[in-house]
Design a protein around this ligand. Structure first.
Ligand code: SF4
Length: 453
């Protein structure tokens, strides 16, 4: 992982998001022991019900011990003494003096530590008595649960139309008995109204289960409060993707921008276990980005092809954005937007939050995240997204061990975007972080030549 400390150091908000991500273990264990909060594991960006139950959602990798804690400890001490803005200035000064290369080390470690830990979780996940041949993402999530099951009070899961994912879900029962599953009905065979009723019913049941596990009541108000926070987070996220990501001048170099998007893709899944804090960090991030652009700090990217790389949420090679940057391109990671998870949930005085959440889940399902039997749905989502946001090309990240339709869709996707939008597309294959980097470069070379000639 390369170092772009010059660009990141003035982003206090990025340091905060990274810090909160990596120090999750201490934060969560304190919440559990001191405040008796229940920790509920989540994935894929569905933490709202847990927050509404006054409990803490956690994407379990954040409960791991990360090896850079020593540096972060130093950062935390400075933070407690001076506050974050001054800390960032101090770090800037420290770097100029080459003082222990603290800044470089932090930025480098934040990114490579997360990736290393993902690989560790994947390794932990594959050696077990569960079904073999699961994809990287499913194995990694299984590994995270296997590693942290003692700290997790329950697992909240939204079932998807992938038999491998559902096989993994079954095997999790043996290590985490409290399983709260929300089935999202298949839209193919149901009419809209019936699907909505089933969906609402399933959300209701999940809430009852959550209340049992947490001992807290979920009210309309607690749901609406959480949806308001979530909506604002989503608005900020979309501002970063569309206002900043589509502009001709970036507040940093494109590789750093992609690294920030990568960090957001991972941390969005549980809002770093503190929705209000995450919201504030996102708000600062926008402010800092706009200020830098206004002052002309950053990089002119007007002649740099903008490429969509997706999906990455189940595992991808983070070298991708660096390779593309070196080839003269820029990468946008936008999984949650493409798959409908950045859609807002309407909130008003008389609204029915459970029904509105049911709508939100079905809409996300319609975009493709749960609709793997129907390739057309996914193809349309990508086609529309590429057209709407004017990407110069698309790189599809295919997980080697994905044997479902999701993978088979890529050929169709590739051809549709080529033929209908006349945009170059390429499929890259991913097995494990750090493997096949040379193959990746070889695959991307002719693709980038086409775009930059
Ligand atoms: S569809 Fe493929 S990539 Fe997605 S969870 Fe299932 S096996 Fe993994």
């Amino acid at each position: 992982m390369s170092i772009y400390a010059d660009d990141v150091v003035s982003f206090t908000s990025v340091l905060k998001i990274a810090y909160n991500f990596l120090t999750g273990r201490d934060y969560l264990l304190k919440k559990k022991s001191n405040e008796k909060k229940k920790l509920i594991s989540v994935a894929l960006g569905f933490p709202d019900l847990v927050y509404a139950a006054d409990s803490i959602p956690v994407f379990p990798i954040r409960m791991e011990k990360f090896k850079i804690n020593l540096y972060l400890l130093a950062l935390n001490t400075a933070k407690s003494l001076f506050g974050w803005n001054i800390t960032t200035n101090l770090l800037g000064i420290a770097r100029q003096l080459d003082f222990l290369k603290i800044v470089d080390t932090i930025i480098n470690d934040v990114l490579s530590t997360i990736n290393q830990k993902y690989n560790d979780m994947y390794e932990l996940g594959i050696v077990d008595e569960k079904p073999s041949n699961l994809c990287y993402g499913v194995n990694a999530i299984y590994g995270m649960h296997k590693s942290q099951y003692e700290n997790i009070d329950a697992n909240l899961k939204f079932t998807i139309r992938c038999s491998e994912w559902n096989k993994y879900s079954e095997s999790l029962k043996t290590i985490i008995p409290n399983q709260i599953w929300v089935d999202i009905p298949s839209i193919e065979n149901e009419n809209q109204e019936k699907s909505l009723d089933i969906m609402r019913d399933n959300v209701d049941k999940a809430i009852i289960e959550l209340e049992k596990v947490t001992g807290n009541i979920v009210t309309d108000n607690s749901l609406k409060k959480q949806f308001r926070i979530g909506n604002q987070v989503k608005r900020y996220y979309k501002t970063i993707l569309h206002e900043i990501g589509s502009s001709d001048f970036y507040p940093c170099n494109p590789a750093t921008f992609a690294e920030i998007l990568g960090l957001l893709t991972i941390s969005f899944q549980d809002y770093n276990s503190n929705a209000q804090r995450y919201l504030e960090n996102m708000s600062h991030l926008i402010k800092e980005m706009r200020e830098r652009v206004k002052k002309g700090i950053g990089m002119d990217v007007s002649n740099t092809p903008r490429l969509l790389v997706s999906p990455i949420f189940n595992g991808w090679e983070p070298e991708t954005h660096e390779i593309i940057y070196k080839f003269g391109g820029r990468v946008i990671y936008a999984d949650w937007d493409i798959l409908g998870l950045l859609e807002e949930i309407p909130v008003s005085k008389d609204s029915d939050p459970i029904m509105d959440y049911a709508h939100f889940l079905l809409n996300a399902s319609n975009k493709g995240i749960h609709c793997l039997k129907n390739c057309d749905t996914l193809v349309n989502s990508y086609l529309e997204y590429t057209k709407k946001w004017g990407f110069n090309g698309v790189i599809f990240n295919q997980l080697v061990d994905c044997h479902t339709n999701y993978s088979n869709c890529y050929e169709l996707l590739k051809n549709k975007i080529r033929n209908e939008l006349r945009k170059p597309t390429v499929i890259v294959r991913f097995k494990k972080i750090g493997e096949n980097i040379e193959d990746l470069k070889m695959k991307l070379t002719p693709f980038m030549d086409l775009l930059t000639q």
